[in-house]
Design a binder for this molecule. Structure first.
Ligand code: ADP
Ligand code: ADP
Ligand code: MG
Length: 495
């Protein structure tokens, strides 16, 4: 086992990983930027190294400084967390060449799955279902022909893409050229690579992903699904497992497809295969693989009964994974809400400031993975995720009930949060019926939210009434000279 691990990340995930280290008797090194000098993950670690300025490039994305910090503190491994450098093959390779262990998959696996076009070609060869489409096209005419063959609507995606960038839905042939131009321009700017792929756009889509886990001795299994369809701007906000959409047969099929996908790139450690699921046809299609620990890993931990982060560390230290597929089954139901400092009513814009009050909910089956506490500051430099609220219960209805109570108990003052917004989602009939698709928040929930609320209608009615009365009083009293005339009482009095 390692003696000391450097965590190349911040916030809740850095603390989550440090907890696992402490449970394994491993010492921890935090890294931090200027903006994070007083951050919770720095206090939580055994020691901490200052990296540099607040901008990620100068700190959490700076490969040389991170490796320097690990060598200087005599750490023997680096855990990248999620985001930042976690899916950067060059970083994984640099860590290994500094004689440190990268806690994750090999640089080759990361590279093989890093490109949407390349990985799709790989998956097709391996017999994993992919969304019908074409890679490697260049001329507009080729795209036009491909779109006709696939059938509109189609989706244009940047091969090198991520975070929803360079993605365009095209509904008809006349929109194709403009979509191609703007997507390739955006892709070139964001990734320095303008290659695009085209595929069928699945309008009523669910996002279902499979957790896979393997050791460096060739053992690899899956740990069931997570349903992550509740998204805003193609980014997840609520995740749960099991998915109400999967039958045991489908679950076994899609799980086996995920295992095949991972084995194709000789995968080890924790990884996730994302699928898009068409509830009308019960078809599932490979989307991409995330070659790292995922934000929503806790729901899997609670339902499959495994500490994924502890096992990531043990695998990286060379241990064999002692469990087989048949050793796992899903027990109960878990839901995660991502608690963001953001303004849901205002385009989900991040909200920054000092946390004047911060009280987390508690109770049986309530887990909070957080990176903040009362008095801490939320800055604009990083993702405004405050905490992940995770509940688990015997079944979905009980988990939903528990989540509603926990959301109510969660108190945050000083920044705007999405706690109320998630309360709305969780209470919605569509969510309860498993009908929330990936664009449900934008197309259904927000479309409805833009209708005036009852309080607003009442306030408008009262304002109107007051104005009408006032003008009525004025007109009725305009010829009156007696200052005490009841007509002059401006309170709505009528004869
Ligand atoms: P998951 O699939 O685990 O939900 P996301 O795609 O939402 O992961 O991304 C995980 C986290 O990493 C998010 O907080 C996101 O803001 C951050 N992230 C994603 N891509 C990058 C990137 N290129 N650089 C920095 N952070 C990133
Ligand atoms: P990213 O790298 O940005 O995560 P993904 O390929 O994983 O890109 O897609 C992100 C999201 O976009 C998915 O979760 C889904 O909501 C939507 N999406 C992707 N491909 C399709 C498709 N073919 N049809 C419909 N929606 C899609
Ligand atoms: Mg994705």
């Amino acid at each position: 086992m390692f003696t000391k691990i450097l965590i190349a990340n911040r916030g809740e995930i850095a603390i989550r990983i440090m907890r696992a280290c402490k449970e394994l008797g491993v010492r921890t090194v935090a890294v931090y930027s200027d903006a994070d000098q007083n951050a919770l993950h720095v206090e939580f670690a055994d020691e901490a190294v200052h990296l540099g300025a607040s901008a990620p490039k100068a700190s959490y994305l700076n490969v040389d400084k991170l490796i320097q910090a690990a060598l200087q503190t005599k750490a023997d491994a680096i855990h990248p967390g999620y985001g930042f450098l976690s899916e950067n093959a060059a970083f994984a390779a640099a860590v290994e060449s500094a004689n440190l262990k990268f806690i994750g998959p090999s640089a080759d696996s990361i590279r093989a799955m890093g490109d949407k076009a390349e990985s799709k070609i790989l998956m097709k060869k391996a017999g994993v279902p992919t969304v019908p489409g074409f890679e490697g096209l260049e001329a507009e005419a080729e795209f036009k022909k491909a779109a006709q063959e696939i059938g509109y609507p189609v989706l244009i995606k940047a091969s090198a893409g991520g975070g929803g960038k360079g993605m365009r839905v095209v509904n008809q042939a006349s929109e194709l050229k403009e979509a191609l131009d703007s997507a390739s321009y955006e892709a070139l700017n964001a990734f320095g690579d303008q290659r695009l792929l085209i595929e069928k756009y699945i309008a009523e889509a669910h996002h279902i992903e499979i957790q896979v886990f393997g050791d460096e001795h060739g053992n690899l299994i899956h740990l069931f699904e997570r349903e992550c369809s509740v998204q805003r701007r193609h980014q997840k906000i609520i995740e749960e497992t099991p998915s109400v959409l999967l039958t045991p047969e489908l679950r076994a099929q899609i799980g086996a497809a995920a295992v095949t996908a991972a084995k194709t790139v000789n995968y080890y450690n924790a990884g996730t295969i994302e699928f898009i699921f068409d509830a009308h046809t019960a078809q599932y299609y490979f989307l991409e693989m995330n070659t790292r620990l995922q934000v929503e890993h806790p729901v899997t931990e609670l339902v499959a009964g495994i500490d994924l982060v502890q096992w990531q560390i043990k695998i990286a230290a060379g241990e064999k994974f002692p469990f087989a597929q048949a050793d796992f089954r899903q027990r109960g139901h878990a839901i995660e809400c991502r608690v963001y400092a953001e303004d849901s009513a205002n385009g989900f814009l991040p909200s920054t400031g000092k946390l004047l009050q911060y009280i987390e909910p508690r109770g049986l089956g309530v887990r909070v993975d957080s990176g903040f506490a009362k008095g801490k500051e939320v800055t604009h430099f990083y993702d405004p995720l405050l905490a992940k609220l995770i509940v688990s219960a015997e079944n979905r209805a009980a988990a939903i009930q528990k989540m509603q109570n926990a959301l109510k108990e969660f108190i945050v003052h000083g920044v705007t949060t999405n706690l109320d917004f998630m309360q709305t989602v969780i209470a919605h009939a569509d969510f309860r019926d498993g009908k929330a698709t990936t664009n449900w928040v934008e197309n259904v929930l927000l479309a409805k939210e833009s209708e005036p609320a009852l309080e607003h209608i009442l306030a408008a009615a009262l304002a109107e009434l007051t104005l009408v009365n006032a003008s009525a009083v004025r007109s009725e009293s305009k010829n009156e000279t007696d200052p005490y005339s009841p007509w002059k009482t401006p309170n709505g009095f009528r004869n």
